[in-house]
Design a protein around this ligand. Structure first.
Ligand SMILES: NC(=O)c1ccc[n+]([C@@H]2O[C@H](COP(=O)([O-])OP(=O)(O)OC[C@H]3O[C@@H](n4cnc5c(N)ncnc54)[C@H](OP(=O)(O)O)[C@@H]3O)[C@@H](O)[C@H]2O)c1
Length: 431
């Protein structure tokens, strides 16, 4: 343990897909937040569009001012990770220069920068062996992991159904640029590991990463460790069929994969409440909490797969801004705005958040965490309305009541497959 580690409780945060898009935005925003003695994002919760209250800024076991951070960029290829690290440091240094010119600057940003460690590690979610290698390296280099941001993803869009496209735009132009129904996706693709391609990258690869690190997360020196699962507005129950849980036959593998993410994350988060002994490891272990988040609609590679020319891209971007202007709160567009959903959850005290959210949904007084009943789980959405600042709002998971059992079944299937790969790769140390 270094001197710095001994002095501070250093959050160690692993982010997948951090070299571009939303993942890049999350890391950049987190670094900018932790430069301040009191990160502004702890006030980012807005329960609905009329809500103007500020919620008490209580933190999540992290100490503020945060004096040290390790940020692990789990990425492909490693050279992109190295370049991204340099970009983060450069933009942080520029930010610090600006902050130093302010009269009220208190020196926090420089202290934080001094103890900041950014570490790229190779992790290909389409290669289970590489995920195990990545987790083995993380365990070797760091004593614990406090946060896991499971963000990387792909969609399988290959074209547009022009008839549906015209119908969508005529009937509801805003939903056509928010949750388009006219996109054609490729399906039936199998990964080199023999699993559903989109499913492995968006869901199972991340599950393996989490499972292989779970014991390392339990020893984090905080009351809880967090896993953030990146979902989408397109996580739709009707696209999911339990018989096709590796999403090979569905014509909408992206939507179905995001719905599985919702089910899995909510189910995993409920395990301690259901009394599962594997996770409820005793008073000295950090409790692992799972959160479902989504970034809204963002202008990144994933959303512009079929817009090859710059004119098509510009046109789509203009439509995004138009949608925001016409009232869509979901068009965060800029990854830095979209990132607020992750930075908020990393920074706030979760018990307080649970109670605030429960009061909102149930309209009831909840005085302590032990009084919390078992309501339908929620996911957190990033929003950026036309006038308001970007913020975070809780939403319900689609059709949870009729899919709660399915969540448990999925978890059993995932555990079984994880064990198979674990044995195949010859890794037994955390069994
Ligand atoms: N953009 C949106 O509007 C939107 C909306 C809802 C949800 N989301 C979700 O947000 C997350 C991030 O997407 P994004 O919008 O930021 O898209 P993006 O810019 O395409 O980012 C995807 C990231 O995943 C990484 N990745 C791809 N294949 C990988 C693999 N085999 N192993 C490891 N990493 C891999 C990519 O790395 P490379 O760059 O090296 O390929 C990239 O960093 C996804 O889960 C997506 O579903 C996005």
């Amino acid at each position: 343990m270094s001197e710095v580690d001994a002095k501070f409780q250093r959050p160690i945060i692993v982010v997948t897909g951090a070299t571009s898009g939303v993942g890049y935005g999350i890391c950049e925003r987190l670094l900018s937040q932790l430069c301040s003695s009191t990160p502004p994002d702890i006030n980012a919760l807005q329960l609905d569009s009329t809500d103007t209250r500020t919620y008490t800024p209580l933190h999540n076991g992290l100490q503020f001012p945060c004096e040290a951070l390790t940020l692990v960029l789990a990425c492909i290829p490693l050279s992109d990770g190295e370049k991204t690290k340099e970009r983060f440091l450069k933009s942080l240094d520029l930010r610090i220069q600006k902050m130093k010119r302010r009269k009220d600057y208190d020196g926090q940003a420089e202290r934080f920068r001094e103890n900041l460690c950014i570490e790229p590690i190779y992790c290909n979610l389409l290669d289970i062996k590489s995920i195990f290698r990545c987790t083995a390296l993380i365990k070797q280099k760091f004593r614990y992991v406090s946060h896991l941001v499971l963000n990387a993803g792909i969609n399988a869009v290959i074209g547009k159904d022009m008839l549906k496209f015209l119908k969508d735009y005529i009937q509801s132009p805003i939903s056509a640029v928010t949750s388009p129904k006219y996109l054609i996706e490729s399906y039936g693709e199998i990964s080199p590991d023999g699993l559903g391609y989109v499913w492995q990258l968006n869901v199972f690869g991340h599950f393996v990463l989490y499972r292989a690190l779970s014991q390392h997360m339990e020893v984090a020196p905080f009351p809880m460790s967090q896993v953030l699962w990146m979902s989408s507005l397109d996580a739709i129950a009707k696209e999911y069929d339990s018989r096709d849980w590796q999403l090979i036959k569905t014509v909408k593998p992206y939507e179905a994969s995001k719905y599985e993410v919702d089910l899995l994350s909510a189910t995993l988060d409920r395990i301690p409440r259901l009394g599962d002994e594997k996770q409820d490891g005793g008073p000295n272990l950090a409790r692992i909490r799972h959160f479902t988040v989504h970034p809204g609609v963002v202008a990144t590679q994933i959303g512009f797969r079929i817009e090859k020319s710059w004119i098509d891209r510009l046109f789509k971007l203009i439509l995004f801004y138009l949608a925001r202007y016409l009232g869509s709160p979901y068009h965060t567009i800029n990854p830095f705005y979209a990132a607020i959903v992750a930075t908020y959850l990393i920074l706030v005290l979760q018990i307080i958040l649970d109670i605030v959210v429960l009061r909102h949904y149930l309209g009831m007084e909840v005085r302590s965490s032990s009084a919390v009943p078992n309501p339908s789980p929620i996911k957190y959405s990033a929003r950026k309305p036309r006038i308001w600042r970007e913020h975070v709002t809780p939403e319900r998971i689609d059709e949870w009541d009729s899919h709660e059992e399915e969540g448990r079944l999925l978890l059993d299937r995932f555990e079984g497959l994880y064990d198979e790969f674990h044995i195949k790769e010859g890794i037994f140390e955390d069994k």
